[in-house]
Design a protein around this ligand. Structure first.
Ligand code: WQD
Length: 337
């Protein structure tokens, strides 16, 4: 069965291509290489023995999207990762985010819903909850006004899918990720941040590698046990597996609604200092960090209630924070060797 993975050479996309191929799916990876390298295909082949079909397409080009779906009109589903995802950049350049994250989604859905079956897995984010009132966060927690254009594109994306499913053959599962981290244990694929990493874990591994002088910890005066922010750090391989399970749910028509939503996290919150100490433990080296002022827009705490994903989706994270940090460190050392 042929499955399309947009953003298929990206961080989460490439790990999902591996898990799909491990389950016997034939994968067509779409990527415009704006935030990925074509060499990721070799890493996927080293892990699974197979390269996915690769189409270098920019999904903002409506005609290119139309041609793609005419060429591959026998696909059984789409897993949609292709989007810009840097919160800070989205504040500086909102139109880039609205064009890339919204137009592309619309063009893909227009073509997909013209096919006999339209199964669609959407890469959403816990960012839609803003600072939720209650921890752990359940799927029925209120969606707060977005704190960034990036977060807004995820909320709008969910609404576009919901409205479309009401009047077309679209069946969809929205996956709200918490904080994806780590790399494949083989160190054949992983995260390739461009420029200075915005996210915590790649900044930690680059600091440990000597590429960055020190890690700045953005504030230790939050209302948390050690004063630093709490997040739910989920291993990217666990996250990838959840996408395959979600797709199989739609393919076997087990979904109870046309659009279902699941939080994907470990269910455990970790503070920034806890992540740093866990990294020092797995890497066997001290990390150079300094407490500095808070980062604008950061929320105090976010971690998932994973009951629905466990019970309904039949998925639970298996890998630990330490395993994710060890994989991220092994990957960092591999790409700098
Ligand atoms: C985690 C914690 C920082 C860097 C964002 C998006 C989310 C998803 C993941 C795309 C925070 C602290 C970080 C650093 C630090 N993005 N930190 N020093 O902000 O929770 O989530 O990225 O899908 O949608 O909202 O992740 O890794 O940036 O930060 O102290 O150099 O680490 O303050 O508390 P975040 P993050």
């Amino acid at each position: 069965m042929k499955v399309v993975v947009t953003g298929g050479l990206g961080f989460i996309g490439s790990h999902t291509v591996v898990e799909l191929q491990n389950q016997g799916f034939e994968v067509i990876a779409i990527d415009n290489l704006s935030n990925a390298e074509e060499s990721v295909l070799d890493g996927i082949e080293k892990i699974t023995g197979k390269k996915p079909i690769f189409e270098n397409i920019d999904l903002r080009e409506k005609v290119a999207v139309q041609h793609f779906f005419k060429k591959y009109n026998d696909i059984v589903g789409v897993i949609h990762f292709a989007a810009s995802k840097a919160v800070g950049e989205s504040v500086e350049n909102p139109l880039l985010y609205y064009e890339n994250n919204i137009n592309a989604l619309v063009y893909v859905l227009q073509e997909l819903t013209a096919l006999p079956q339209a199964n669609f897995i959407f890469s959403s984010s816990c960012t839609v909850y803003g600072q939720a009132e209650k921890m752990p966060i359940t799927e029925d927690a209120s969606v707060q006004p977005a704190l960034s254009p990036y977060g807004n594109t995820k909320q709008i994306g969910e609404e576009i899918i919901t409205d479309t499913a009401k009047v077309t053959n679209l069946n969809s599962i929205l996956l709200r990720y918490f904080n994806p981290i780590g790399a494949h244990p083989t160190a054949e694929i992983g995260e390739l941040p461009i420029g200075v990493p915005q996210n915590l874990v790649p900044f930690i591994t680059q600091t440990a590698m000597g590429l960055r002088e020190k890690l700045s910890v953005f504030g230790d005066d939050y209302a948390t046990p050690d004063g630093t922010c709490i997040r739910d750090y989920i291993h990217v391989v666990d996250l990838a597996k959840a996408h395959v399970i979600a797709l199989q749910r739609l393919l076997s028509k087990q979904n109870e609604q046309k659009v279902e939503t699941f939080n994907l996290g470990t269910g455990t919150g970790s503070s920034v200092l806890e992540v740093i100490h866990a990294f020092e433990k797995v890497s066997g080296q001290k990390l150079n960090y300094q407490i500095v002022a808070r980062r604008e827009g950061d929320i105090t705490s976010a971690y998932a209630n994973t009951d629905k994903a466990n019970k309904v989706l039949g998925w639970k994270s298996q890998l630990t924070l330490e395993e994710a940090l060890a994989a991220a460190w092994k990957w960092e050392q591999k790409i700098r060797s």
